[in-house]
Design a protein around this ligand. Structure first.
Ligand code: FAD
Length: 331
């Protein structure tokens, strides 16, 4: 059931088997599996998933290669709700480990928000990441192209960039290093620092060996129309023509709500075992948030693995949730 401010009271005393933070590809997949294991589930999602910014999902078996991410989310949510899972639009602020259960504090609504605490036995962190973008004076100019032909993921979109004039926009010398694997797809590469960091002589040598151009001037704006970027205008008014771009500036990891819990991280990613259990026995991590490959197919598989392990845990500790036939007959 889709919970609203008014229907929240119906779930006041409930202890869910699993609370899933994030209703992207990973969280929805987990929710579908959990409900099919007859476990009670609440997914809480603040919206604007990375999957939502994905204009076309190019590489998912069984889906047309121009399927928009928002369509995957819509279908996934409908599927989950059809299995009687609970779903709430809200922002998870804090998780407290109470021993047997978690207390999960949620903010609901932006203007005049209300707060509610939910309880669950297990927690799945499927809250993902979000890509940092070039910081220009007019950010709308960046949003006009990001996720269209200004890509953020080489694995997702290297194929779309093949043999095209590609700009690489980095936030450090190491982040610009993505130009070298991009060279598998196209030799026509120009790197941009936006005047934000220095580049070492060794790196310059490496670029010139590959025949890549380096531009260190500030960027004034991206050029183009209808969400198709055609180049970059620099601070001095000169124009670099491009057919496509790749932003490589790192990401924000959505883990603030886990700050009170001691978990193992690698960089910003949560470390898990092969069933996606973190270093806490009742917290699982799925999708882009965990160490691994940031792809929808992986996120969906992660959800299946985490849900299956949680079902195994609960089944092994409880045995069964059914009354015996004799007890049913006696009732
Ligand atoms: C432009 C673009 C193109 C891409 N193209 C492809 C492609 O072609 N193929 C491919 O396989 N992958 C592609 N990807 C990658 C793919 O989108 C991700 O790997 C996938 O979305 C990860 O799913 P997720 O569920 O882990 O995270 P997300 O989809 O980001 O979902 C996480 C959800 O958690 C929510 N959340 C975060 N914090 C909180 C909180 N505190 N409380 C409540 N909710 C919270 C977020 O708002 C979000 O809705 C692309 C990504 C981008 C950005």
């Amino acid at each position: 059931m889709k919970l609203t401010r008014t229907s929240l009271s119906q779930r006041s005393d409930q202890i869910y088997d699993v609370l899933v933070v994030g209703g992207g590809a990973a969280g929805l997949s987990a929710g579908i599996y959990l409900q099919r294991y007859l476990l009670s589930t609440l997914i809480i999602d603040k919206g604007k998933a990375r999957s939502f910014w994905m204009q076309e999902l190019h590489n998912y078996l069984g889906l047309s290669p121009d399927t928009p991410g928002r369509e995957v989310l819509k279908q996934g949510k409908e599927h989950y709700l059809s299995l009687d899972g609970d779903y709430l639009n809200g922002y998870v602020e804090e998780v407290i480990d109470e021993g047997e259960t978690f207390a999960v504090k949620v903010r609901i609504g932006r203007t005049n928000p209300t707060y509610k605490v939910f309880h669950s036995r297990y927690l799945i962190a499927g809250s993902g990441i979000i890509d940092h973008l070039p910081k220009l004076v007019d950010m709308q100019n960046v949003f006009d192209y990001a996720g269209h032909n200004l890509h953020v993921c080489l694995i997702c979109d290297g194929y779309e960039m093949r043999d095209k004039r590609a700009g690489v926009f980095g936030s450090s010398e190491s982040s610009l290093g993505v130009a070298f694997p991009l060279g598998w797809f196209t030799p026509y590469i120009t790197l941009f620092t936006n005047s934000e960091f220095e580049v070492s002589p060794e790196f310059r040598d490496r670029l010139s060996t590959h025949g890549y151009q380096l531009i260190e001037q500030p960027i004034k704006q991206f050029l183009g129309e209808n969400h198709q970027m055609t180049g970059v205008e620099l601070a001095d008014g000169s124009v670099v023509e491009l057919d496509t771009g790749l932003v490589s500036m790192g990401s924000k990891y959505h883990t603030d709500y886990l700050k009170n819990i001691d978990l193992e991280y690698q960089g910003g990613n949560l470390v898990t075992d092969n069933m996606n259990r973190t270093s806490h026995p009742r917290i699982f991590a799925v999708g882009d948030l965990k160490v691994g490959m940031n792809q929808v197919v992986i996120a969906a598989a992660d959800g299946a693995l985490a849900a299956t392990q949680i079902w195994r845990d609960i089944r092994r500790s409880e045995g069964t949730r059914h009354s015996s036939p004799a007890a049913i007959n006696a009732a």
